[in-house]
Design a binder for this molecule. Structure first.
Ligand SMILES: [Mg+2]
Length: 216
């Protein structure tokens, strides 16, 4: 029986387009969009930022140096945070799972909801402010606070520990959704039921497969 459902954030709970900030920054540097993209999302400082080893100000200063950016930190922050979009159908589904949780006496579905995300301080603080759906989760595990990221076992074990504490759930009583196959594989190695999210219907079919009742 599934007791805890663990969700990845990007491309599961929220959509994102990481080319959007790269394109927006073309106004503030002479570099190409592809160069900007790499300096932001494929660089050593991005890795360090996601692991919480450098501050937002340091990340900005490194990107600024690489690209000779002419924009302020405030502007950079605004652009950096502009890449997410709401997924109303997923949000609605999460709220329904939460409804289930409330019906404790007659309904045996007490799903504990955990968010497990590789993210950085700027993005996550912006998400918390603009996406109230995050408040529906019982707990969150984010890479920049833990100092490790997926697909490392360490971060999955932190999420599993929370599932155990909150719902007395063993790994095989957890269901995990992520868009990236390497994360699905890592979760499966730990005995977690893991399903790759590629479209909304994947949630519906996984809930059916694992016997999760979702109110109409
Ligand atoms: Mg993702």
């Amino acid at each position: 029986m599934i007791k805890a459902i663990i969700f990845d954030l990007g491309r599961v709970i929220v959509g994102f387009n990481d080319q959007k900030p790269a394109e927006a920054l073309t106004k503030y540097t002479k570099k190409y969009q592809s160069t900007i993209y790499y300096a932001m999302f494929r660089s050593k400082h991005y890795e360090e930022f996601v692991l919480g080893r450098i501050t937002p100000a340091k990340f900005y200063s490194e990107v600024k140096k690489d690209l000779k950016l002419t924009c302020s930190f405030a502007k950079f922050k605004f652009i950096w945070n502009s890449m997410f979009s709401k997924r109303k159908n997923v949000e609605q589904m999460i709220r329904k799972l939460k409804q289930n949780k409330g019906k404790s006496k007659v309904n045996s579905n007490h799903y504990c909801l955990i968010l497990l995300s590789d993210t950085n301080k700027l993005h996550f603080e912006s998400i918390l402010k603009n996406y109230p759906i995050i408040k529906e989760f019982d707990d969150v595990v984010v890479s920049y606070k833990q100092g490790c990221k997926k697909p490392s076992k360490k971060i999955f074990l932190i999420a599993l520990k929370k599932a155990k504490e909150l719902a007395n759930a063993e790994p095989d009583e957890c269901l995990y959704f992520d868009d990236l196959i390497e994360n699905i594989d890592a979760a499966k190695e730990l005995g977690i039921n893991a399903v790759q999210y590629t479209r909304f219907h994947d949630l519906i079919s996984a809930f059916k497969k694992f016997g999760i009742d979702v109110p109409k």
